[in-house]
Design a binder for this molecule. Structure first.
Ligand code: KIV
Ligand code: ZN
Length: 505
């Protein structure tokens, strides 16, 4: 890495390349919220869209420019006058122009001579600079372009006053050794700052982006959750944490907002994040194996990277119970919940937990505490803080899904009603209203455990109270709305009863 580089600039393209993900289209209100979140995260650039693509795209980029965020706004343009004018008119701070430079793309798409391509690229840079705007030039498909031609075109746009050049690995064929070498050669050949844009077709986008920085690139193009064309782009969270926590290279990103940002984009894009996604995935700091959990309970860095903690990225550590659960782990969870069990009873509890795990089930907190209470002989079945009298849920093509619940909450009669995006959403909002929104449902998972339209649905939930204490529970039944309500009420009942007990102590 160059000695004088103090920090890497982060260029986020979630709203442009990210929106090119098949099936993803963000309405304007989502784009605005994502842009504000990216600004809160501290990205240097937000590529807000492709202004010439449609009226909506133009309006979106213009609206985001007018938000007056700290992050600078970029608009994409092909090297044609109408595109560049639209990008200029949108008010974007940086105009990102691109043109194909590889033989395969030139022969099959733009059909221009190499000299012509250099000439129009130079003219476009001069045009943008004459309008007093910053310009970034991308040689599209750079990693499949002959190196001599690549050097020639980048040198020419540098001469025309371009502010930064981008080296896109458009089809994701770069490998870390080759990409490092390419960026190093360009670094030696040019003075202008180098930015890289890596696609993830072979799962190497973050690795290639990282080695590019080591070779002298000073700006990285990334997206939230790695969304983008085909297999996507380099994932912002991965690239930033590799740079920050492994290499000690500053990016200006407020890493504590990484999980929050990932969840927002997950929700708006409709692309569910696999739990094993690095850094921000649900399992990134979860431990199930007894050996690992035992180590982590004593010292987290025994079975975690150590250079990164859940708090650094806005995550939380979870000890998940299953068939690999160990005595120490179970004892610790029980003790924290106030159960002090003998070694003999602990053995019985461990055995029962493993039995559930062997049946392929996740063991919730409620399962564990119920097992413990049965083993200790303390199960008080009648103890329920919420007793539901009546539930009515309405849904249909002309009805806003609505739920009404009548219940006794700590012996007080309560009626709540709520609307939602679907019947489950409406019902769960009505349930959380029963306790004055003092709880948050932080995880909700539904599985069909038998086949057919009368399948049994099993619902797992994690519920968090105002103190941040979380609790997992489950319920099953043939009606998805009722199973969802039961799972949350099971969790809330436990939290409220424990609270009552703790308060009365
Ligand atoms: O992948 C690519 O080449 C692009 C360019 C527009 C930079 O997205
Ligand atoms: Zn791309």
């Amino acid at each position: 890495m160059e000695k004088n580089v103090k920090r890497i600039s982060v260029f986020d393209t979630t709203l442009r390349d990210g929106e090119q993900t098949p099936g993803v289209s963000f309405p304007l209100s989502y784009k605005i919220q994502i842009a504000k979140q990216l600004d809160k995260l501290g990205v240097d650039y937000i590529e807000a869209g492709f202004p010439a693509a449609s009226k909506g795209e133009f309006e979106a980029v213009k609206t985001i420019v007018e938000l007056g965020l700290e992050s600078k706004i970029c608009g994409l343009a092909r090297i044609v006058k109408e595109d560049i004018d639209a990008a200029l008119d949108s008010g974007a701070d940086l105009i990102h122009i691109f043109i194909s430079t590889s033989k395969i793309q030139i022969d099959h798409t733009i059909k221009k001579s190499r000299d012509e391509i250099v000439e129009i690229a130079v003219d476009a840079v001069e045009y943008i600079k004459n309008h007093g705007r910053k310009c970034m030039f991308s040689a599209m498909d750079a990693t499949r372009t002959e190196i001599d031609y690549l050097k020639r075109i980048y040198k020419a746009v540098e001469g025309a006053g371009v502010d930064i050049i981008n080296v896109p690995d458009t089809v994701g064929v770069a490998t870390p050794f080759r990409f490092h070498n390419l960026i190093k050669q360009l670094r030696e050949h040019l003075k202008v700052p180098i930015d890289v844009h890596c696609h993830n077709d072979f799962g190497l986008a973050a690795a290639n982006t990282y080695v590019a920085v080591l070779a002298g690139a000073t700006q990285v193009q990334v997206t939230i959750n790695g969304i983008g064309e085909r297999a996507g782009n380099a994932n912002l969270a991965e690239v930033v944490m590799i740079l920050e926590s492994i290499e000690g290279i500053k990016t200006g990103i407020k890493t504590e907002f990484l999980v929050e940002t990932s969840k927002l984009v997950e929700r708006f894009s409709g692309l569910k994040l696999p739990p094993n996604t690095p850094i921000v995935g649900e399992n990134a700091f979860s431990h199930e194996s007894g050996i690992h959990a035992h180590g982590v309970i004593k010292e987290a860095s025994t079975f975690e990277p150590g250079v990164i903690t859940p708090e650094m990225v806005g995550h939380r550590r979870r000890i998940v119970l299953g068939k690999h659960a160990g005595r120490h782990q179970i004892k610790k969870i029980l003790e924290e919940a106030g159960y002090h069990v003998s070694e003999e009873n602990l053995s019985k509890i461990v055995e029962k937990v493993k039995e559930i795990g062997d049946r392929g089930k996740r063991v919730t907190d409620l399962d564990l505490f119920t097992i413990a209470e049965v083993v200790i002989g303390e199960l008080k079945k009648e103890e329920r803080a919420i007793l539901v009298d009546e539930i009515t849920v309405l849904t249909g093509n002309k009805i806003t899904p609505t739920a009404v619940i009548n219940a006794n909450v700590m012996e007080d009669k309560k009626v709540t009603s709520a609307i939602g995006v679907g019947p489950v959403d409406a019902a769960l909002k009505a349930v959380t209203d029963l306790v004055g929104k003092r709880i948050k449902i932080t995880e909700f998972k539904m599985d069909a455990i038998t086949g057919g339209s009368d399948a049994l649905a099993e619902v797992y939930v994690t519920v968090e109270d105002e103190t941040g204490r979380s609790f997992t529970a489950r319920a099953a039944g043939p009606d998805i709305v009722m199973a969802s309500i039961d799972a949350v009420i099971n969790a809330v009942n436990y939290l409220l009863i424990k609270k009552k007990i703790n308060n009365s102590e």
